[in-house]
Design a protein around this ligand. Structure first.
Ligand SMILES: [Zn+2]
Length: 104
């Protein structure tokens, strides 16, 4: 990993993580109907190819519902079950616990 991060790199990493997350949502059957179809479209063609209406559905039923940023490192959490339950990456939970222990 390159530690010299700029905005562009962060966006690229986010796109990659987001695509990974979307694939997991489909694999585990979190999505149905229009949200499922639109998400498949985003994976194959990108979010910019969506119509305004499709973007609204995607935001409301996919992004707002399932996209979580890690409370510790602020990157997207791809492991969806963990994201909804703990709000942190597996590796970050361990770092967080260490951090808490250092404080006390
Ligand atoms: Zn994290």
């Amino acid at each position: 990993m390159n530690s010299n991060k700029n905005n562009l790199e962060n966006n690229n990493n986010d796109d990659k993580s987001l695509n990974e997350l979307l694939k997991i949502l489909i694999d585990r059957e979190y999505l149905q109907g229009a949200a499922l179809g639109i998400t498949k479209l985003v994976i194959s063609k990108g979010v910019n190819t969506l119509s305004e209406k499709q973007k609204d559905v995607f935001q409301k039923f996919v992004i707002k519902k399932y996209k979580r940023e890690c409370l510790f490192c602020k990157n997207i959490i791809v492991e969806i079950d963990r994201a909804l339950e703990f709000g942190m990456h597996t590796s970050c939970v361990n770092k967080f616990i260490k951090y808490i222990k250092l404080q006390s």
